[in-house]
Design a protein around this ligand. Structure first.
Ligand SMILES: *Cc1c(COP(=O)(O)O)cnc(C)c1O
Length: 382
């Protein structure tokens, strides 16, 4: 991609930068064929043909009863909060992307942070239970990096206390357990179809749920609260998916199995190369679960490894490899929440956020590139 040609050297390839992520795309021809009918129909948004086709295809692929498409995942999450009329406190995780916490706060709720499991980084059910008060209305767990939360334990707690469960499944597209789609757990799930996710519509998102009334309410909420020609029962915003985004989704969905299979090969190579390194913790594969290989996080235990996470990050950067401190800081430590939350109450999440590093992961990452990344990490070991 360099504009200035440099003299070829034996090691020229080793200085090519490796990005942390790289969007998958269909061929240009495939996308053009998909959008061509829009020049005839002139129906560009508001539940057009592509939108309806993608919704049906996703119900099928995700093995869920219904999907409501959105302009992005974040607005799907905010709309779900409105649709379920959540109030007061919602128990959630601080080890997540900004969106999860911000959605709750922006909808007038109080996030109450429970701690996470030190091995797969999802919400620890035991910690959830101790946070429940009279004001708790729901639990909002996150399937972090695509690892499935302890959905059975969470559901038991929710049933016992009459709480809703809304999953942030932004990382978990296509994950199944015992053949059951991840979007079937809890009362509803939010998926992100952002360009950096395993499946994407450039920008986009979806909400999956069993209750048809929630779906109806979401469709109104994403279209200014309008339910019919003379009926506006909700104070809604605008969060509809457009036809070009839906067309990109239809193309990407055709290739999703190859996409995930290619990522699986990257995972396998990382595991081979890093699995035996003392002080580098990998997330173990989950039982009875088909993963989506959305990310490849490593946790650097500096006391054993000899170098801390920031040291590994910097060394990789020196070698033109861009990893991501994901998630750091904890959302409860964001400056916009200064003095509001106390992250010392979630000590495991706090420690993990200082040790975690998401390595480059995408379907076109070559085996040689993975080796190059792993060589740098190995060379850092004390
Ligand atoms: C990407 C992401 C979101 C937000 O989704 P957008 O489609 O970007 O709005 C929310 N939560 C998590 C965990 C994410 O990774």
């Amino acid at each position: 991609m360099s504009l200035t040609p440099s003299a070829p050297t034996e090691h020229a390839h080793t200085t090519q930068p490796i990005a942390v992520t790289h969007s998958s795309m269909p061929s240009l021809d495939e996308f053009v064929a998909e959008i061509a009918p829009l020049w005839d129909s002139r129906w560009l948004t508001n539940r057009g043909a592509k939108h309806r086709e993608l919704e049906a295809a996703l119900n099928d692929y995700l093995d869920v009863e219904r999907t409501v498409l959105f302009a992005n995942g974040h607005l799907a999450l905010e709309a779900l909060i409105d649709a379920f009329e959540l109030t007061g406190e919602v128990i959630t995780t601080p080890f997540t992307f900004a969106s999860t916490t911000h959605a709750l706060v922006r909808r007038g709720l109080t996030p109450v942070f429970a701690d996470i499991d030190p091995d797969d980084y999802t919400l620890d059910p035991a910690s959830i239970e101790s946070m429940i008060t009279e004001s708790t209305s729901a639990i909002m767990p996150v399937h972090v990096y695509g690892s499935l939360c302890d959905v059975d334990a969470i559901q038991r707690i929710a049933d016992e206390h009459g709480l809703k469960v809304i999953y942030d499944a932004a990382h978990a597209f296509g994950v199944t357990r015992d053949g059951v789609g991840v979007g079937s757990f809890g009362d509803a799930s939010m998926f992100s179809f952002h360009a950096t996710k395993v499946f994407h519509t450039i920008e986009g998102g979806g909400a999956t749920m069993k209750d048809p009334e929630i779906a109806t309410r979401l469709r109104a909420l994403q279209n200014f609260g309008i339910a019919g020609p003379d009926s506006v029962p909700h104070v809604g915003g605008n969060a509809k998916m457009n036809e070009f985004a839906a067309a990109m989704g239809l193309c990407n969905l055709r290739h999703i199995d190859e996409e995930i299979a290619a990522r699986a090969r990257v995972t396998e190579r990382y595991r081979e190369r890093l699995g035996g390194l003392d002080g580098i913790h990998l997330v173990a594969p989950q039982q009875n679960t088909v993963p989506n290989h959305a990310y490849f996080p490593v946790r650097v235990d500096d006391e054993v490894f000899g170098v801390n996470r920031d040291g590994v990050f910097d060394l990789l950067a020196d070698h033109h490899v861009h990893a991501r401190k994901y998630f750091a800081p904890l959302t409860s430590d964001f400056e916009c929440y200064d003095g509001v939350f106390d992250s010392s109450l979630t000590p495991i999440a706090r420690r993990v956020s200082t040790q975690i590093l998401a390595l480059p992961m995408y379907s076109t990452l070559s085996g040689e590139d993975v080796d190059r990344i792993c060589d740098v990490i190995s060379s850092a070991a004390a």
